[in-house]
Write a protein that binds this ligand. Sequence first.
Ligand code: MRU
Length: 341
Amino acid sequence: MLTPTIVWDEAGGGIALLDQTLLPGRSEVVLVRSTSELVDAIARLAVRGAPALGVAGALGVVLALDEAAREGWDPARLDAAITRVRTARPTAVNLAWGVDHVLSLRAQGRDAVLAAALRLAAADEAANRELSRLGADWLLDRIDRPRLRLLTHCNAGALATSAWGTALGVIRELHQRGRVEFVYADETRPLLQGARLTAYELAGEGIPHAVQVDGAAAATILGGRVDAAVVGADRIAANGDVANKIGTLGVALACHAAGIPFLVAAPWSTVDLATASGEQIAIEERDGAEVTAYGAVAVVPDGTPGHNPAFDVTPARWVSAIATERGVLEPAAGDSPSAHA
Ligand code: MRU
């Protein structure tokens, strides 16, 4: 049984986060009691994954209200703290969405904000289970094999959400139906969410899998080793362009070349109808030092900088389908989220 990713700890007065930087070696929960601790936890990816960031944003508003009451902050200081949480990472729309969602209840008081944040977390799990069911049905309708061979990139599992997962939720659902043969998990350089987190979840479920370097994905796909790729999303533009972990675009291109489905699994909270296309999505640039070292060991000559975009955008024309809790859309066939608002 996985330790919950993110929960409100009323007795402790804060957010209990499973520190994902320590997995798979250590399963440690940290209690975050201030907005600056939360911003730090988000920036170092102790909590990560778009839907989990949505819950972090919503609970972050409660944290800010409690902190303001405790420390006697004026309204401007409170607003600035909430803005810092809202903008702690730029690409996943869920973070700002989670903050905005509960902020609308601020006039009703702290307990109303907390109740809304807890409802948001519960709704995330329900959405993930439903989109996983729909995504699994969509794949099984199109792939004529008793058990599917799948590829996934990064971690879009229970660890990236309040529970269950999105892309890994689809895989979990297929596994529960006895329909998974094997999963290739891309390791996801430089922070290894695939190797450390996806493999941890797949092993926990007893799903046959292997971790491969990101550079192996194209050959695995073109070599006929998988029937489909399933990934999550950080932001989906109104036209169906999809921002997700760096390397996702290459997976989509390889699937297109191989003629196999490239399925994105994401709750509707990841759809950003205010963003017309992927060109307007801000891509987080992380410290180049994450690329130029492997763990603590430098892997480049002194003075060589790292280029470290954390996400890329896959144009809608290469996205076979997006499974949401509202239904499955097919952007490559001209179906866009804006048509389902
Ligand atoms: O940098 P991360 O680990 O937050 O990136 C996570 C991803 O790219 C996931 O695929 C995405 O957030 C979807 S999680 C259900």
